[in-house]
Design a protein around this ligand. Sequence first.
Ligand SMILES: *Cc1c(COP(=O)(O)O)cnc(C)c1O
Length: 225
Amino acid sequence: MTDFPHADVLDHYREVMTQLEAAVAASGRAPDSVSLVAVSKTHPAERMVPLLDVGHRLFGENRVQEAQGKWPDLKIRYPDIRLHLIGPLQTNKVREAVALFDVIETVDRPKLAKALAQAMRDLGRSLDVYVQVNTGAEPQKAGILPDQADAFIEECRTVWGLRVVGLMCIPPAEEDPEPHFALLADMAARHGLAEISMGMSADYPQAIRQGATHVRVGTAIFGKR
Ligand SMILES: *Cc1c(COP(=O)(O)O)cnc(C)c1O
């Protein structure tokens, strides 16, 4: 009992889209103001095909190596796929990440910002990036600490020349996520950042109420990992 049957992926996808649209409408936001990032980590490439065949193109992966094994072939068949890296990025994987992904959501330290800027120059690719904020200041979690985020966002832009377009967070598992979502939305507004990536299977409607522009949903579409 680890997976939904193949055909059910599409049913679950449609159910998530319905809930997403309902939350967008209930918040009085524009119908196209929230995008669903389908989080496909640990699931094999063929489970993506039903979604691709109904026109879904936006996916999230948390490991560079896994994504490299899965997406290049699919990108040949569906060239307009857009891939977001949503997991921690080691500096020794930066070149591979820049070559494969369209958006890096997890920029969280100067060393990584510098390596990304260098790899984009070397590869002639210019990716949108988000800064990941550790809103709960959890010691084990990736992301820049909230009290360092303002300065880090500016550093990414002015020192490293990165195209910072948004912020991303993963609230502490045991807490009410709403204050974390609100903090991230405030910070994005303060910096004039249009994109806010927050909300997962358990809490994406709340994230939408707090202003998410991207929700990252895995389990509710593809089943347990
Ligand atoms: C796995 C993952 C998700 C999706 O989580 P679900 O609870 O399966 O929807 C979202 N964001 C990040 C950063 C993840 O690693």
